[in-house]
Design a protein around this ligand. Sequence first.
Ligand SMILES: Nc1ncnc2c1ncn2[C@@H]1O[C@H](COP(=O)(O)OP(=O)(O)O)[C@@H](O)[C@H]1O
Ligand SMILES: [Mg+2]
Length: 349
Amino acid sequence: MLYPAELHALDAKYISQEPWFILSLVFVSVLDFTLKVLMPYPRRVIQDLGCVLDIQDLSKAFGQRRALTKLTLKLLPGEVYGLLGPNGAGKTTTINLLSGLLRPDSGQVLIAGQSASKTTKTYLGVMPQQNLLYQSLTCGENLAFFAKIYGVSSSLRSQRIQTCLKAVNLQDRAQSVVGALSGGMQRRLSMAVAMVHQPKLVVLDEPTTGLDIEARYEVWELIRQLKQQGVTVLLTTHLLDEAERLCDRIGFLKQGQLLAQGNLPELRMRIPAQEVVTLQTTDEAAAITRANSHGFTMRRYAGQLAFWIPQRLELKELLDKFDGIPIDSIARSPVTLEHIYLEMTRQHQ
Ligand SMILES: Nc1ncnc2c1ncn2[C@@H]1O[C@H](COP(=O)(O)OP(=O)(O)O)[C@@H](O)[C@H]1O
Ligand SMILES: [Mg+2]
């Protein structure tokens, strides 16, 4: 790369005599300038190019009710992103907007850099909150129907159906009528439908809600398998432990607003504590006064008295801090997603 000082040092007479050389100098200078401008932002530029899903300032209202307000989030290739929020937070609305079932009031959704189109339809697989399965058709027939809709060629179709049934552990149910399957099996079939055309981005709306614990484990395993195959996953849930176990990054959605997002270590930094100590005592007032004197922040979790402890303490050191106070029980816990979630929602009440 040529720098200005070197350019000035070039022979002016030679430059004026050779137009091709002037042109090449102009080219080098433009290239040099462009690189200098772009260099401070390589991460941003690379991320923008590789974004699987890019939601920008997305808003949607139903009449007077705002379901989503300026939601912005990006999914990077291969990650599992969990959109976590209570009922009515706007999770399904988000999914309906990105799958084109709803039109946004403002903002935009880009899937692999493109707005909703035929191409993005094949890029995306959606498992809706309510299973969209034909109850009177068999598992195989349901998959064949959706494979056709999503453009899987007839020569590939039966192979894809077998692969997907196997992936969701329903290989012996190809001929079973959907209406005769358990809730967990129907959920897994719904997941197979979302995968049948081998999409790069799979969106799962509350994949485990209403399932018993064993069926839930099976769905979790399927999500892990998708990740291993390099598929990017957006899942919604209201289950904190589900998000904590499965997701690389988590966003907290409440009343249509994204309150915070990040990976677990990033989210943990939102609470300035090494651990959370829950106390049972017959003299809460004395415990709170003492905790205040040590600089421990007080909280109540499910009605129980708790304190944020800013530094790691041995159990004996911890007990010494409450010396003289009648303690019935003391429990220590690292900062969990539940603590962070409660804190974020508390700050936005
Ligand atoms: N079709 C609709 N018509 C009117 N209101 C709706 C409709 N869909 C969703 N809402 C409202 O939008 C808000 C967000 O709903 P939703 O996205 O389903 O939440 P979540 O999936 O997080 O439970 C709720 O207040 C809900 O009542
Ligand atoms: Mg929902």
